[in-house]
Design a protein around this ligand. Structure first.
Ligand SMILES: Nc1ncnc2c1ncn2[C@@H]1O[C@H](COP(=O)(O)OP(=O)(O)OP(=O)(O)O)[C@@H](O)[C@H]1O
Ligand SMILES: [Mg+2]
Length: 457
């Protein structure tokens, strides 16, 4: 058996619809660069999003809302994603689709409430007693299992931690050893242990090892200064939902059935309104005393026209609350009925009183030239080769249907090209593709023409 030539089985990154979007592509002055960060055109909407990003960073936007409107495939979802990327990982961003609120198990407003709280971050700074250093020793101590059999159990683990000042040996509980293995710490890593809770946090790899390999996705940190045992300011980023979930107790009474169901479904917890109120109180106290800082993040509700009257009423109220995130909506609907109302018609399917609170950003349809450039970016990301002529043809398809449909045709066309032994997509492949797959408009037209052949009721 040959081993040295076996190819790696790690999958290539999946190409999702928005992988080419890498931010908003703005310059320092906030103006949109014509083609940057995966973006082509749509300048004003990108600039508007940039202003929103600044407002969020300066915390001037909490409790406000933004609405992206525009025709299908004009980049509304992509804009929200760009905003998330510009905000970075320190600001919570919670994306959802309107229809997610419809579930048999959970109330609609409960789904919204949970996502609201996922979008509100809390940065907690605490001065904690810790042991910090580079691991220079990690020896589990085993004894024969007392419960019989041949197994051995780990009774304790000796860990040596080194700092610039010295080294200290700690004898730790096996549960901490488990936690260390979960964090995948090994010799040469810098970690800290919280003295009270015993929780382990891996800081990174000690930079003494930095030159081992050139190419590595590893964070190198210097050998800690000071003593191993010390007080350290620890910054923790959590969302309100994290706090809710961590403090919720499994529901149920003390009878045997509910005890059983607790064991079977250990994760099933109930977050009650009362619990949330209590958490809010604690959070407010933390904020007042300066231990914690509120980081209002973004709740993104795509396809907002899928929400109904009840949800909109909830949103109206929730936006007013003290702990509110920034809410960004997106929709491609024009004037249409509001779901769950008795036939009330409103712009974008959103009741006027909510609409009144929103800043609205419009995305405009693309010219065929822009279509071609966007499709070229996509082809590049998907590693699909196309000649100029077929790219132009695909741009036209985008004009006739939507940009999304045109982009979708690329992959099947590439498969068809491959079947005939070519790497590059030609116009013939596209035509074959269009013969095989219908776009929504063509399909609707066919339905009309052959209405009598279909079952309609
Ligand atoms: N200006 C642009 N530059 C680069 N890529 C774009 C641009 N606009 C849209 N796209 C890409 O085109 C595709 C469709 O865009 P997107 O899904 O954001 O549309 P949408 O406005 O959300 O449509 P819908 O209303 O149907 O949800 C995505 O792959 C998106 O990344
Ligand atoms: Mg969308």
């Amino acid at each position: 058996m040959k081993i040295d030539e076996v190819a790696s089985t790690t999958k290539k990154a999946r190409v999702a619809t928005h992988t080419h979007i890498k931010g908003l592509g703005l310059n320092e002055k906030g103006a949109a660069v014509a083609q940057a960060a995966g973006w082509v055109g749509q300048e004003s909407a990108r600039e508007a999003s940039g202003v929103v990003v600044d407002m969020i960073k300066e915390k001037k936007m909490a409790g406000r809302a933004l609405l992206f409107t525009g025709a299908p495939g004009t980049g509304k979802t992509a804009l929200a994603l760009g905003i998330a990327q510009e905000l970075g990982t320190k600001v919570p961003f919670c994306p959802m689709v309107g229809s997610e609120v419809y579930s048999h198990e959970v109330k609609k407003t409960e789904v919204l409430m949970e996502n609201f709280r996922r979008a509100i971050g809390l940065r907690i700074k605490e001065n904690k007693e810790v042991y910090e250093g580079e691991i220079v020793e990690m020896t589990p101590e085993e004894t024969e299992s007392t419960s019989g059999g041949y197994g051995k159990v780990i009774t304790s683990v000796v860990v040596g931690l080194k700092t610039v000042k010295g080294t200290k040996q700690l004898k730790l509980d096996p549960s901490i050893y488990d936690a260390m293995q979960k964090e995948k710490v090994k010799l040469g890593d810098v970690i800290y242990l919280e003295a009270n809770s015993g929780s382990v946090k891996r800081v990174g790899r000690c930079d003494a090892y930095a030159s081992e390999f050139d190419l590595e996705a590893e964070e190198y940190v210097p050998l800690p200064k000071g003593d191993v045992h010390k007080r350290k300011e620890i910054v923790q980023d959590v969302t309100l939902h994290d706090l809710d979930a961590a403090n919720a107790r499994p529901q149920g009474g003390s009878d045997i059935i509910s005890m059983m169901s607790q064991i079977m479904k250990p994760k099933k917890t109930e977050i009650t309104e009362k619990l949330r109120r209590e958490i809010n109180n604690v959070v407010n106290r933390y904020i007042d005393s300066g231990i914690a800082e509120l980081v209002p993040g973004v709740l993104f509700i795509d396809e907002v026209h899928m929400l109904d009257q009840e949800c909109f009423t909830f949103l109206n109220k929730a936006l007013e609350s003290q702990l509110a995130p920034i809410v960004i909506f997106a929709t491609n609907r024009g004037v249409c009925p509001v779901k769950g109302s008795d036939g009330m018609v409103a712009p974008h399917g959103i009741p006027v009183d909510l609409l009144d609170r929103l800043l609205i950003v419009r995305t405009i349809p693309y010219t065929s030239e822009e279509n071609v450039r966007i499709l070229a970016v996509r082809a590049d990301v998907e590693e699909i080769e196309m000649d100029e002529a077929s790219l132009a043809r695909l741009g036209e398809v985008g004009d006739e249907t939507t940009l999304r449909h045109a982009a979708q045709l690329m992959t099947p066309a590439a498969v068809i090209a491959q079947q005939s032994g070519r790497e590059e997509i030609s116009i013939a492949d596209l035509e074959e593709c269009q013969r095989l797959f219908f776009d929504p408009k063509k399909s609707a037209k066919l339905l009309q023409e052959q209405a009598d052949k279909f079952i309609t009721y």
